[in-house]
Design a protein around this ligand. Structure first.
Ligand SMILES: [Zn+2]
Length: 200
């Protein structure tokens, strides 16, 4: 399982706080490639954080099969809420976190922007259903008497710690603790029996 953090950036003109609507039906769209044979999936897949494959606790949001090598994989998304793309971030071309994607057997190659995004103008006008399917958005803010726009959308996939690495680190930590307690015991023993004493 590889975990990715998806971050996005955009140029915002007279707008701030760009984020998904987080409606119960909001979906995240990706293009994936098979982790086994490398074949890119031909379709854009939609992953709904509120839809699960089965009733189990760790059920993924989507199960998919590579059309080429038939390997079965899964995808789970966890939205990262509360950190929208602000005007300040946009000015410095800094990104905002969007969603965490846990992939098994597949790797994301592209995030696809669609509808149901939100932002507000610097004059306070709320734009509730922004469609970014075309890669940009242009409107006029009556209240602020200025044009508002979104363009230059960009996405990066940041690899988070893999499960294997997590296990490895946990194991290293337990070995270190064992070593520490052993040397502490040895130290205590030496203190009690004098430095020059032998073990026998
Ligand atoms: Zn494959």
């Amino acid at each position: 399982m590889v975990k990715y953090k998806v971050l996005f950036t955009a140029d915002l003109q007279n707008l701030t706080n760009l984020k998904p609507s987080y409606d119960p039906t909001f979906a995240y769209y990706f293009k994936m490639k098979c982790g086994n044979c490398g074949e890119p999936a031909s379709n854009v897949i939609s992953v709904h954080p509120n839809v699960k494959v089965d009733d189990s606790k760790n059920s993924p949001n989507l199960e998919m099969k590579c059309k080429f090598c038939e390997r079965v994989g899964s995808v789970t998304v966890t939205p990262i809420c509360g950190k929208p793309l602000t005007q300040a971030l946009s000015v410095f071309r800094e990104s905002a976190p969007l969603v965490q994607v846990d992939c098994k057997g597949f790797d994301p190659v592209e995030f696809v922007f669609r509808s149901s995004w939100k932002a507000k103008s610097i004059a306070g006008t709320k734009f509730e259903d922004i469609d970014l399917s075309d890669g940009d958005f242009d409107e006029y803010d009556e209240k602020g008497e200025c044009p508002v726009s979104i363009n230059n959308l960009g996405v990066t996939f940041e690899v988070m710690m893999s499960e294997m690495r997590e296990k490895r680190l946990a194991w290293d930590k337990s070995m270190l603790e064992r070593q520490r307690s052993h040397s502490a015991r040895l130290k205590a023993w030496k203190k009690e029996h004098g430095r020059s004493s032998s073990y026998y």
